[in-house]
Write a protein that binds this ligand. Structure first.
Ligand code: MN
Length: 282
């Protein structure tokens, strides 16, 4: 990595979007950034929600039992605690700094409930598509405690490597079809972060604190930048500390048939998902 040719191969921001406030589950207030009319998907990513509130009314209802089929849900907690239970008998507690990578595969019914009655609940849920050949795979959970997530430190920069590689450090998420990269990047005021990214991966960055310049584009808190091609990611903080997530993955380039919690390749497969779910086959 050379800083002398910083413009060469650095991914630009192609477009900038802000999320929409909505509610999901049993009345959980959240901001949907990806998976909206404005930005329906970003192959292989299907949805990105940020939930962030210190008002229990906004989150206490949680996400009671609901199904998923055909993709993966990734929950990354910044603050607060969530309990999950599923139809396979798995249960776990997501604490601040932890990530849960859940492969729904052929079908799972689970609940995701805040395990707190007050205080801040803050985190992200990302949906990652599965290739056609793996949509009906067995469900799998990767529950990753905060201490298992390696951190890369550089002057003014700290990066938590949830998935993918950075400076020879490998994130703990294993064997995911889309070979994802998921970094939580913390920048001190004015700090610059530059790193290699797989050139063929689709990528986006979402600033959740402060503001950061990516390529020639300034992103403020709450803005997602869709990144163009290139083999490097470069971000520079403004005058305040900045925090952002940078997510990249191998695009699938397959047809997407999507209805609520089911994401398949054809309409027939969606109807089959409803039939299987209603027959209790999840
Ligand atoms: Mn879910």
């Amino acid at each position: 990595m050379s800083s002398s040719n910083a413009g060469n191969g650095a991914r630009p921001v192609l477009r900038k979007v802000r999320g929409q406030v909505t509610s999901d589950g049993a009345g959980v207030r959240l901001t949907r950034i990806l998976g909206t009319r404005e930005l329906p998907d970003l192959d292989p990513f299907l949805l990105l929600d940020e939930f962030r509130s210190d008002s229990p009314d906004d989150y206490i209802g949680g996400f009671p039992d609901h199904p998923h089929r055909g993709f993966e849900t990734v929950t990354y907690m910044l603050a607060g605690r969530m309990r999950h239970h599923d139809s396979q008998g798995n249960s776990g507690l997501l604490v601040p700094g932890s990530v849960q990578w859940m492969t729904a595969g052929r079908g799972i019914v689970h609940s995701e409930m805040p395990e707190q009655e007050n205080g801040l609940l803050w985190g992200f849920q990302l949906w990652v598509n599965l290739p056609a050949a793996q949509k009906m795979t067995a469900p799998r959970y990767q529950d990753i405690a905060p201490e298992r997530i390696p951190e890369v430190e550089r002057p003014g920069v700290r990066v938590r490597v949830l998935a993918g590689r950075l400076d020879g450090v490998e994130g703990p998420v294993q064997a995911v079809a889309t070979e994802p990269v998921y970094w939580d990047v913390h920048l001190e005021p004015g700090a610059r972060f530059e790193a290699e990214l797989p050139a063929g991966h689709q990528a986006f960055a979402y600033v959740y604190q402060g503001n950061a310049r990516i390529g020639d584009t300034e992103l403020v808190r709450g803005e997602l930048g869709v990144l163009g091609g290139g083999n490097r990611f470069v971000a520079t903080a403004g005058e305040e500390p900045a925090r952002l997530i940078m997510v990249a993955g191998r695009p699938l380039r397959e047809p997407v048939a999507r209805y609520g919690p089911f994401v398949m390749n054809t309409r027939e497969q969606i109807l089959q998902a409803f039939e299987d779910f209603n027959a209790g086959r999840f």
